[in-house]
Design a protein around this ligand. Structure first.
Ligand SMILES: [Zn+2]
Length: 337
């Protein structure tokens, strides 16, 4: 086998990458995901990207896909999904893609694909037992043991965002429960908490709080504008504003980031005690919040991890958006190995 294509289907964009057997990413094509137009349109978009890459490079032997939603890798179907892609749950993704492309297709969840990519060519290269945590608009994870992603009995293994932590006590979670780490550590939770505290602080007056309120005013309109234009970019920009304020000495911004990171670190430390990984890799947009966030995360991990695990490295993801493409490509290679 010389070439495969890895595909990453997310809520806002779909990417496909041409990858060789050594894990070199040779070409990438990306289109917006037609998320509101239903599964058929999303599958067509993914298939079109693969065909465009394959047309320029004959010899593509298989396709791997990392997709938003919980995926049953045995059946190649979407078991469940949030509303990000309309009607996505129940889609026979492998069947629909292999029918259009005439190639073997492997399908898994996008966080699992991220983990496989980092484990193949990134921050966990050469390690068999890996915990990957992704923290962005939500908190997800993938547990790789013996080089294999663990899916569990219902294909939902890795949902680390729904671990209970004391810092989240009483907070409603996206899953319908409460007290889960995602409710205090995900990007939207950090931003909302900063805006809440900054507004409360602004009412008390004084030099420091005045600076804080100014930061909040700079952030809120950007968020509103971003939502009007499509959501995620504006939201990320706003969290970046909080990170910039924290780096510039804003105590409220620094506290919000440190507390969110500490809650996530506690959850990660607890998971390490169960899984015993060689390395923990943390990726996603929130990891761009700076050294203050990372210091708080690592301190909380060490505080929670058993003594024998305190030296386990906690590393930033190394491959960015290429991780899911490479992980999906590795899944493709395994179908034809
Ligand atoms: Zn939850």
């Amino acid at each position: 086998v010389s070439l495969v294509v890895g595909v990453d289907i997310g809520g806002t964009k779909t990417s496909a990458g041409l990858v060789d057997a050594s894990g070199a990413l040779l070409a990438v094509r990306t289109l917006p995901t037609p998320a509101t137009r239903g599964p058929e349109a999303v599958v067509e978009t993914a298939a079109g990207l693969v065909q465009a890459l394959a047309a320029g490079s004959p010899g593509v032997a298989a396709v791997g896909v990392g997709s938003a939603g919980a995926v049953d890798p045995g059946r190649g179907t979407i078991v469940s999904a949030t509303g990000t892609i309309a009607g996505w749950a129940g889609t026979d993704l492998r069947g629909e893609l292999s029918r259009r492309l005439g190639l073997p297709v492997a399908v898994d969840n996008d966080v699992h694909a991220h983990a496989l990519g980092e484990q193949w060519r990134g921050a966990a290269a050469g390690r068999a037992d890996v915990l990957l945590v992704a923290v962005g608009t939500g908190v997800g994870a993938s547990v790789v043991l013996g080089g294999k992603v663990r899916h569990g009995a219902h294909s939902v293994a890795g949902h680390a965002g729904h671990l209970p932590v004391p810092a989240a006590s009483g907070r409603p979670c996206t899953c319908g429960g409460s007290g889960h780490v995602e409710a205090v550590a995900a990007g939207p939770a950090l931003l909302a908490e900063y805006l809440r505290r900054a507004a409360a602080d602004g009412g008390t007056g004084g030099g420091g709080p005045g600076g804080t309120a100014g930061g909040a005013q700079g952030c809120a309109p950007g968020g509103a504008q971003g939502d009007g234009q499509g959501g995620a970019p504006g939201r990320a920009g706003c969290l970046a504003d909080v990170a910039r304020l924290a780096a510039a000495g804003d105590l409220v911004a620094a506290a919000v980031l440190a507390e969110g990171a500490a809650a996530l670190g506690a959850a990660i430390g607890g998971l390490m005690n169960v899984i015993d990984p060689e390395v923990v890799v943390v990726g996603g947009g929130v990891t761009g919040c700076g050294v203050l966030w990372w210091d708080a995360l690592r301190a909380a991990v060490r505080a929670e991890a058993l003594p024998v695990l305190r030296a386990v490295p906690v590393e930033p993801a190394a491959l960015g958006g290429a991780a899911a493409l490479l992980g999906a490509a590795r899944m493709a290679l395994e179908t034809v190995a």
